[in-house]
Design a protein. Structure first.
Length: 138
């Protein structure tokens, strides 16, 4: 293995480790005020993480990209044209209201907690850093 390949691989691993560390730190910060133990909730989160890891490993190994297939399917069914013709589609208020309202209905109203918001923001920042490092090969 050449020195360039070694240092590039080492830097990639360190960058990815850093981004994963940010994600983990965000999870700890977001959950810092909720120190209760709920085995069902932990089992659901653990299974979601395992499924996500398997999904990402499968995509990386097989190279399966479903976006073109789904785009073709929505075009063939006419859903793509209906969505493009929706009059309020580009309205920022509609987009925010829809996202927040759907989350509120699906997951119930939660009280605002600044520590939770900071933790979620750290997790999002870590995810963006991870994606950037993978795309750029850093």
């Amino acid at each position: 293995m050449s020195w360039d390949a070694f240092t590039t691989t080492w830097f990639l691993i360190k960058s990815l480790d850093f981004s994963v560390g940010i994600i983990i730190l965000g999870a700890f910060v977001a959950g810092a005020r909720d120190l209760s133990f709920d085995s069902y909730a932990y089992a659901i989160v653990f299974s979601a993480n395992i499924c996500t890891a398997i999904y990402l490993a499968s995509i990386a190994r097989i190279g399966l990209i479903c976006t073109p297939i789904l785009l073709l399917w929505t075009w063939a069914c006419g859903d793509l044209q209906l969505t493009a013709n929706f009059s309020y589609l580009s309205s920022p208020g509609f987009q925010d209201l829809f996202t927040i309202g759907l989350g509120w209905l699906l997951f119930g109203g939660l009280p605002f907690d600044l520590l939770n918001v900071v933790g979620q923001s750290l997790g999002f920042l870590g995810s963006c850093t991870y994606a950037f490092c993978k795309i750029k090969g850093l």
